[in-house]
Design a protein around this ligand. Sequence first.
Ligand SMILES: Cc1cc2nc3c(=O)[nH]c(=O)nc-3n(C[C@H](O)[C@H](O)[C@H](O)COP(=O)(O)O)c2cc1C
Length: 201
Amino acid sequence: MTDRTAPTAHPIADLFAARWSPRSYDEARAVPDAALAQVLEAARWAASCFNDQPWNYVVARRDKEAEGYAKLFACLSANNQGWAGKAPVLILAVARTTFAHNGNPNRHAGHDLGQASANLAAQAAALGLQAHQMAGFDAAKARETLAIPEGFDPLVMITLGYPGPAEALPEALASRETAPRVRRAVADFTHLGAWGANGAP
Ligand SMILES: Cc1cc2nc3c(=O)[nH]c(=O)nc-3n(C[C@H](O)[C@H](O)[C@H](O)COP(=O)(O)O)c2cc1C
């Protein structure tokens, strides 16, 4: 299996370095229910504005929620459909856009859903699974086919499963699966004390 551990500039916790977004999944290996429960539990413990917990996940296992899985898969972009169908679990991540306690708009709903999904992905990595988040899907179609009510925003879809070999992918995707992992430098996004005063601690 390709080693995709992040080549970090400083040591970081293993689960962050181990997380990556595969396109090749081991089709034959289902995600055990206990592991799926752990991954969702990690999402559950994310921080959120007013502890509002605006996250919702439509989770479809290919073997257990086949109809839901097919509906979710049909919402993906053609590019993502090119590889995502081998993942044993498809997830639609949906943010509630207003606060539960007063009905006011929650400007941070997307941020908090993202935090929960980051927890989900990190916990997946800790279990030898990997998640791959995708913006490439038809949100209006997802809303319609899954009967997502108003006030809830389908923001991202996620594949989950055990990664498979890069060679199992078509050539164009296989090369992306093994390309070096790159990131902006810390000093590029860190502004020390003032905007534009970029630097690294
Ligand atoms: C909100 C979001 C949307 C993304 N959308 C897609 C997508 O539609 N298709 C895809 O192949 N990857 C998608 N990705 C994955 C990113 O391309 C990937 O996270 C990035 O290249 C860094 O790679 P890594 O996750 O392996 O570190 C998305 C990631 C995020 C967080």
